[in-house]
Design a binder for this molecule. Structure first.
Ligand code: IPE
Ligand code: IPE
Ligand code: MG
Length: 246
């Protein structure tokens, strides 16, 4: 066991099979507040550092030839946080979308914002639409920011969209249903990573993760690094994915 741990510590990119990396990784970026508390910083400093971490992890995903990254930024449940924290997060999203737009375009990243649009203020909505529109033809890497996202909301929204479809079939199948999800057209999630030691999905991509592998790490999101991503992908590559077969 210690030998394994030792080996895991020393993992580098060359330990991975870059032709068999997960096509779509979803990350529950958790532990920002605990990271800040541990360092006696205001909790919002954890969120700020979290944005920087996400940027680094996007570059790391590109290096590892991962095509899709879905990052959980704000859940439908997160509105229940103190109003000043919610406001701080919304301002942070605005600032980040404004500041990163140019680099995302240059880096050939296609950005999609996944989640319920109702409840988002109009300034942020405009920036989200701008980011999506200006990166729509990019195909180097796909970044999905899950903002005001909840799986149950997504599934209910899909059902309601189907109900108003004029030419809907009498019976719907998976192929038809998936077209109405926010993630329509994207490949299934193959690896879910959650930081901070919590081991739950918290309403994240339930449908899309039906056959995903899960990696949980105690590391708080602001200090998650490329080496931790490599370790998660290495674990993924050492799992036996059976899909119900023997
Ligand atoms: C994740 O970190 C960020 C968001 C949910 C917006 P948290 O803010 O949940 O930090 P912890 O889990 O309380 O430490
Ligand atoms: C999940 O983290 C949501 C995001 C990372 C954006 P939370 O910290 O909100 O989840 P719970 O409350 O621990 O389940
Ligand atoms: Mg949390």
């Amino acid at each position: 066991m210690f030998k394994d741990l030792f080996k895991a510590k020393k993992l580098t990119e060359s330990d991975l099979d870059l032709t068999a990396v997960p096509r779509h990784i979803a990350i529950i970026m958790d532990g920002n507040r605990r990271w800040a508390r541990k360092r006696r910083l205001p909790r919002n400093a954890g969120h700020q550092k979290g944005v920087k971490t996400l940027k680094q992890i996007c570059y790391a995903c590109k290096d590892l030839k991962i095509q899709y990254l879905s990052a959980y930024a704000f859940s439908t449940e997160n509105w229940q946080r103190p109003v000043n924290e919610v406001n701080f997060l919304m301002d942070l999203f605005k600032k980040t979308f404004r500041e990163e737009l140019e680099e995302l375009v240059e880096e050939n990243v296609r950005v999609r914002i996944i989640g319920r649009r109702e409840g988002i203020d109009t300034n942020l909505l405009r920036l989200m639409e701008d980011l999506e529109r200006k990166t729509v033809t990019n195909d180097g890497f796909n970044l999905n920011i899950c903002l005001n996202y909840g799986s149950r909301a997504e599934i209910i929204d899909a059902v309601n969209k189907i109900l108003v479809e004029k030419n809907r079939p009498r019976e719907i199948d998976e192929e038809y249903f998936e077209k109405f999800l926010y993630t329509s057209g994207l490949p299934d999630v193959e690896l879910v990573i959650r930081t901070s030691g919590e081991q739950r999905l918290s309403n994240f991509l339930l449908y899309q993760s039906a056959y995903a592998e899960f990696v949980f790490t105690p590391i708080y999101w602001p200090e998650f690094s490329k080496k931790d991503l490599i370790r998660a992908v290495w674990e993924f590559q050492n799992r036996d994915r059976r899909f119900g077969r023997i």
